[in-house]
Design a protein around this ligand. Structure first.
Ligand code: SAH
Ligand code: SF4
Ligand code: F3S
Length: 488
């Protein structure tokens, strides 16, 4: 990110009639200045500020990318109006991890086409993971000609430049990169919440789990330098942020490929020193890379939240091997129980896939066994989705739908049972809650999160948003609590 004043200074240096600088991010500062001029012309024609809407599909990584897109759009003079229906510039930031994510995008694009008919000046951009698939681009070119701008995950930092090219031209503009080794930062970002923020510590993934498309659409693993990460967090804290979420597909392998290697646990220790920062979260941890060093650092930390998302995917060693997860059922259980022993108040959550090719009822029994032994606080259960280009898509024995449904329900029931048992265990305790928003159903209530990520509703008002409160938990309603503020 870059501070507004610093960006203003940089932009004043440019003569927009000259050719743009080659270096990044200076090149983008040039294009931001240029776009700003074009958008102010547009505003004159419209007689008002043009509006935008960024619609995000998928994970936290995409959510952070959307904040980068919004940052540029606000800087160049668009105004966020929160709905795609009558925006002048709509952007879909897409996800392709499971087929239903893609179907939702196609569905929404269909609706957007009608909006564009009513407002012919509307510009439509589409980006994100789906756009890194050749078959999707073909489909866009053929059936979605009303889309103005298409770009991918690797060149998102060039957004300002792409917007200028789009505004100069009426043709469909497509710019997709296969991969990149660049990390371009120091661009404007707007945050959804003033008091908490995600921050990328690494990009891409090298794990190639056999079912997963992410390594193909997000490219190879690249870690940011620890100094850049610390500097960004310090800037965020100076700007009012008290909770950060460190983002990466596999944070436990952070730093291994840097010129001066550093472990994720060491990075956490350095972040812990940042004064004014109160809470640290991270996502996601691959079990195969979770070190004892990390467990010790979490245990001894005052700021790292009591929550660990540790995707299991399957409890069957046979299936785990086919998934290329590189741990066994026993190793996973041992790891999870070690974490529970060392950090008893931690909340453990997970991801599970049901219906991977060749999965039998006995394999699912193994998954259920792990759920019971670990006792997850929560688990996201997904039906296996075949992703073209991944090794699993070519495997034989794709599981019949009725069997998947039956096993999915068995897993879900077990998860609901264990998570209910876990969540009730905090009843009548005093905990710290970060108040995040007004309750959307009752305006005498505010809603916040405990360190372990559990949601709490309590009496309060807007002035409490963004503050940490001591709260007594009065009632447990399954996944959330009702509580009240107590004196500290
Ligand atoms: N990097 C993260 C996961 C990112 S994808 C990790 O390894 O934990 C989020 C979740 O989507 C995965 O944990 C997995 O459970 C699920 N997922 C990924 N590919 C899938 C597929 N082809 N079908 C169903 N679920 C999938
Ligand atoms: Fe996908 Fe596996 Fe990488 Fe996670 S670790 S993003 S599941 S390949
Ligand atoms: Fe989806 Fe891309 Fe995230 S495929 S889950 S948005 S990395």
């Amino acid at each position: 990110m870059i501070k507004k004043d610093d960006l203003e200074l940089k932009m004043q240096q440019f003569d927009l009639a000259m050719s743009p600088p080659v270096q990044e991010p200076e090149r983008q500062y040039f294009y931001i200045a240029k776009a700003k001029k074009m958008v102010s012309e547009l505003a004159k024609t419209l007689g008002r500020k043009p509006t935008f809407c960024v619609v995000t599909f998928g994970c936290q990584m995409n959510a952070r990318d959307s904040e980068k897109l919004s940052g540029i759009l606000e800087e160049i003079g668009y105004e966020d109006n929160g709905t795609d229906e009558n925006s002048d510039f709509v952007i879909f930031n897409t996800c392709t991890v499971r087929d239903n994510a893609n179907q939702r995008v196609y569905g929404r694009l269909g609706v957007l086409k009608n909006y564009k008919k009513k407002n012919p000046n509307m510009r439509i951009g589409i980006c994100g993971c789906m756009m890194q698939e050749q078959s999707v681009i073909e489909k866009m070119k053929k059936s979605y000609r009303f889309v103005d701008l298409i770009f991918g995950t690797h060149n998102i930092f060039k957004f300002a430049e792409l917007v200028v090219r789009m505004l100069e031209n009426d043709e469909m503009l497509i710019d997709i990169w296969k991969d990149t080794d660049q990390i371009v930062e120091d661009l404007p970002i707007v945050r959804k919440y003033p008091f908490k923020s995600g921050i990328n510590i690494m990009f891409g993934c090298n794990n190639f789990c056999s079912y997963c498309i992410v390594p193909y659409v997000r490219g190879r693993e690249r870690s940011r330098n620890p100094e850049d990460i610390i500097r960004e967090i310090e800037m965020l804290v100076a700007d009012g942020v008290i909770e950060i979420m460190l983002l990466g597909q596999n944070v436990n392998s952070y730093g291994k490929n840097l010129d001066e290697p550093i472990s994720f646990a060491q990075l956490l220790q350095r972040i812990e020193q940042i004064e004014g920062l109160e809470r640290i979260r991270f996502m996601t941890s691959h079990p195969k890379d979770l070190s004892d060093e990390l467990i010790a650092v979490m245990r001894d930390s005052k700021k790292i939240c009591r929550h660990l998302h540790l995707p299991l995917q399957s409890g069957s060693t046979r299936i785990l091997e086919k998934m290329n997860r590189r741990y066994t059922k026993e190793q996973y259980i041992e790891l999870a129980l070690k974490i529970r022993r060392e950090i008893p108040d931690i909340s453990l959550t997970t991801d599970i896939i049901v219906g991977f090719p060749g999965e039998t009822d006995e394999d699912v029994d193994d998954t259920i066994d792990v759920i019971k032994k670990v006792g997850y606080d929560n688990a996201f259960t997904f039906i296996y989705s075949k992703r073209t280009g991944t090794p699993a898509a070519a495997m034989e024995n794709q599981v019949p739908e009725d069997m998947v449904k039956r096993n999915f329900n068995r897993v879900l029931e077990t998860v609901q049972h264990t998570s209910k048992n876990r969540s009730v265990s905090y009843l009548d305790q005093d905990v710290t809650v970060l108040i995040e928003e007004m309750n959307d159903q009752d305006d005498t209530l505010v809603t916040g999160r405990m360190s372990n990520n559990t949601i709490v509703h309590l009496k309060g008002n807007a002035s409490m948003i963004g503050t940490l409160q001591n709260v007594h938990l009065d009632e447990c309603h399954g996944f959330y609590y009702n509580g009240h503020v107590i004196e500290s």
